[in-house]
Write a protein that binds this ligand. Structure first.
Ligand SMILES: C[C@@](CO)(OP(=O)(O)O)[C@H](O)COP(=O)(O)OP(=O)(O)OC[C@H]1O[C@@H](n2ccc(N)nc2=O)[C@H](O)[C@@H]1O
Ligand SMILES: Nc1ncnc2c1ncn2[C@@H]1O[C@H](COP(=O)(O)OP(=O)(O)O)[C@@H](O)[C@H]1O
Length: 294
């Protein structure tokens, strides 16, 4: 059988259904508790074997992320460094997810690159090894490498898989770019939420009582985010994902989410997304591996 030279995978978004900040460590990082819900909206990455590592970004929003700063290129290089190789690939990114939106697009792109090139370059690394490489690229990379909706603790690295009932989300991107660093370094951030002893299986009923500690500060610093909260209140209980800027509302039925979507001003970027327990990246990769290693 000839060796495959191409692979296409999606890089899904996440929502933080809640985000509690418990304390700040001496190194500046924060101890937190959060629930990462994977959803079905995604960037698409296409990998093709080549001599060098290169990236083309096709996007509809004129994003400008320099290639050398791009987490995709950094992830590919990190794999070569870890395995002491000089493999090459041309990667095409179809950028659909908002940048700096709190939906983890950059982290997910990095994780998909680690997973995809591990297969295409035939490196044979374990998921634990890939998650460890990913951790150095960003706190949110490991959850996408592991590819399951998860509860996270520590600085976000202690993950336990959670199976949530299927729900739908209206996600709205205010016209603002929130800096994670700015929020985490602010004196005004609440950092003393009581540590929760989470019981398993996770009780979704608890979700209503939980909150996002970044929300008041982000609403105060970014009036565009506050406006979206005020706009969405008529549809349900809006909540911030991560450090923002995106705001979401949870629905049991897709039709209700779509109905709310249809009533939004056309100037706002918005999505209706389905919650998933397992990442589509893993489902697609499994199919690819079955076809190509059969
Ligand atoms: C807090 C979350 C929740 O999902 O926010 P979002 O980025 O999704 O909005 C993430 O864990 C963020 O992950 P990520 O964006 O990958 O963070 P990193 O690049 O590792 O860190 C960016 C900056 O955030 C701060 N940071 C991050 C994570 C953490 N537990 N404590 C921190 O204080 C640090 O100041 C760090 O320099
Ligand atoms: N492939 C990528 N996609 C998105 N952002 C990227 C990428 N590579 C690097 N970045 C940088 O990572 C930062 C965080 O991006 P992103 O993951 O979209 O935000 P968030 O963590 O708020 O969800 C941005 O400031 C962006 O410049």
């Amino acid at each position: 059988m000839t060796k495959p030279t191409q692979l296409t995978l999606s890089a899904p978004a996440k929502l933080n259904l809640f985000l509690h900040i418990n304390s700040q460590r001496p190194d500046g990082y924060h101890e937190l508790q959060t629930l990462f819900q994977l959803v079905d909206i995604a960037d698409i990455l296409h990998f093709e074997i080549a001599d060098e590592i290169s990236l083309t970004v096709s996007d509809t929003n004129n994003y400008n992320i320099q290639n050398e700063d791009n987490l995709i290129v950094q992830a590919a290089k990190a794999l070569n460094t870890y395995t002491n190789n000089h493999f090459g690939t041309h990667i095409t990114l179809e950028k659909n997810l908002p940048i700096g939106g709190g939906v983890g697009g950059g982290s997910s792109d990095a994780a998909t690159t680690l997973l995809g090139l591990n297969s295409l370059w035939n490196l044979g690394l374990s998921i634990d090894e890939l998650a460890n490489i990913g951790k150095k690229l960003g706190a949110d990379v490991p959850v996408f490498v592991r590819g399951h909706t998860s509860f996270a603790e520590g600085i976000g690295e202690k993950l336990s898989q959670v199976n949530l009932d299927q729900r739908f989300f209206l996600i709205v991107k205010p016209d603002a770019h929130v800096s994670t660093m700015k929020i985490f370094t602010s004196k005004e951030l609440t950092r003393d939420t009581t540590y929760l002893r989470i019981r398993h299986p996770f009780e979704t009923a608890c979700l209503q009582e939980f909150h996002n500690d970044c929300e008041p500060l982000v609403r105060k610093l970014y009036p565009e985010v506050d406006e979206v909260f005020n706009l969405l209140e008529k549809f349900g209980s809006p909540r911030l994902t991560g450090t923002g800027a995106c705001v979401f509302i949870t629905f049991e039925h897709e039709s209700d989410a779509k109905q709310a979507f249809a009533q939004l001003p056309k100037s706002l970027q918005a999505w209706v997304a389905k919650g998933v327990n397992m990442s589509n990246t893993h489902i697609e990769l499994k199919k690819w591996n079955n076809t190509n290693n059969a």
